[in-house]
Design a binder for this molecule. Structure first.
Ligand code: NAD
Ligand code: GLY
Length: 358
């Protein structure tokens, strides 16, 4: 088992990574000094698989549990579902001494984390991520939120968890598509910080708990330096996300998985990087190979309107004098915020996603 400490002064916490940790959830919550009852939030699929084990682990430590279920999928990241979750908390006597435990993928983590941030003006949250996406990325760093029709994660709060429990054996039940999409964020870490990750992914020579731990350490380094994304450091974690989020929204939430949209966004961002930041062609190709290795898309489905995607970016992001702040990579393993990227550059990046003639 590995523990990565996220050093944020009074908001510091441990990320526990290892096999079989679900059964340790009660002990870890106690060690995080949680004493009240637990409101366990999950989606129906994950609850069927793991809800019982987590409830037992909490009960073993004398922690009272109520269960709160939502439908699986991105559409649950909404005001309506967040409101009904909070109403359900109230019906079950969840109070200011209670804590929320988010058991599931990034959707459950973002939604339950948001509910925890606002319920009683904030109760503690423990993140128990069960997808690769959530273990390597979304459960760490305190970003919580829901979507609006105008864009992803437009309503939210920074609310750091008091503990993260990443049991890597839960990843064994992921469907193929959900398994693959999580690697989009692992590839992102390879692009922005640790190039060796890409070769390890390509050769398949990685141990899953170790890979999750390495990714959490990378994420920790960005979050510790810039917890609230004010200096530009944490923004580097958004490589591929400006275009990816727009694609995800235009496709319709839940149509493309988050990692699939990010994969497309990374290919486009790599093209912009080649044009604006000198990313060598061989490295761009290495990135595309890594994405394909996990059967992630590199071509935009025909039905998605390019102009709608560009409009979405335009309305979502701030352009100053026709330029946008955009994360580019001048070379794999390194990223920076460019302030000279234009709408034409984004259109150029997007055109690289046109299906190749067959
Ligand atoms: P998800 O939560 O929708 O999970 C994908 C599917 O896998 C769901 O159907 C779920 O029921 C199922 N599932 C989850 N765990 C399972 C398991 N162990 N076995 C079998 N099935 C399982 O999707 P996700 O990719 O985990 O998360 C995507 C979300 O995360 C997006 O909303 C994205 O915006 C968000 N995100 C947030 C951050 C952040 O910093 N807060 C970072 C990255 C992504
Ligand atoms: N996933 C981006 C961030 O946490 O900042």
């Amino acid at each position: 088992m590995g523990i990565v400490t996220i050093e944020l002064g009074p908001r510091s916490y441990s990320v526990h990574v290892g096999e079989g940790l679900l059964d340790e959830a009660g002990r870890i919550c106690r060690a995080a000094r949680l004493t009240g009852r637990a409101a366990v939030v999950s989606d129906r699929k994950v609850d069927d698989l793991y809800g019982g084990r987590v409830s037992n682990a909490l009960a073993k430590e004398g922690i009272k549990v109520s269960n709160h279920l939502v439908d699986p999928g991105e559409l649950s990241k909404s005001f309506e579902v967040a409101a009904s979750l909070c109403e359900d908390f109230a019906r079950h006597g969840v109070d200011r001494h209670s804590f929320v435990l988010a058991l599931g993928g990034g959707v459950v983590g973002d939604l339950a984390g948001f509910a925890a941030a606002v319920y009683y003006r904030g109760v503690p949250v423990v993140q128990v991520p069960t997808t690769i996406m959530a273990q390597v990325d979304s459960s760490v760093g305190g970003k919580t939120g829901i979507n609006l029709s105008a864009g992803k994660n437009l309503v939210g709060a920074f609310h750091q968890p008091v503990a993260v429990i990443a049991d890597t054996t839960t990843l064994g039940t992921l469907g193929r598509r959900e398994w693959n999409e999580g690697f989009a964020e692992v590839i992102k870490y390879g692009v922005i910080r640790e190039k060796a990750l890409l070769s390890d992914l390509q050769s398949g020579t990685f141990d899953l708990p170790e890979l999750v731990r390495r990714c959490v350490e990378i994420k920790a380094s960005f979050v510790q330096e810039d917890e609230r994304e004010t200096t530009g450091t944490r923004a580097l974690l958004n490589f591929g996300h400006t275009i990816g989020h727009a694609i995800e929204a235009v496709a319709g939430y839940g149509s493309l998985l988050h990692g699939e949209a990010v994969a497309l966004g990374m290919v486009a961002a790599a093209q912009v990087s080649a044009k604006r930041a000198g990313l060598p062609k061989e490295e761009l190709e290495e990135l595309v190979r890594a994405i394909r290795r996990f059967d992630l898309p590199t071509e935009l489905p025909d039905r998605l309107s390019r102009s709608q995607i560009l409009e979405r970016i335009f309305s979502d992001k701030k352009f100053v004098n026709g330029k946008i702040r955009f994360v580019v990579t001048p070379g794999l393993g390194n990223a920076l915020l460019a302030d000279n990227v234009t709408m034409d550059d984004l259109e150029f990046g997007l055109s690289a996603l046109d299906p190749s003639p067959r």
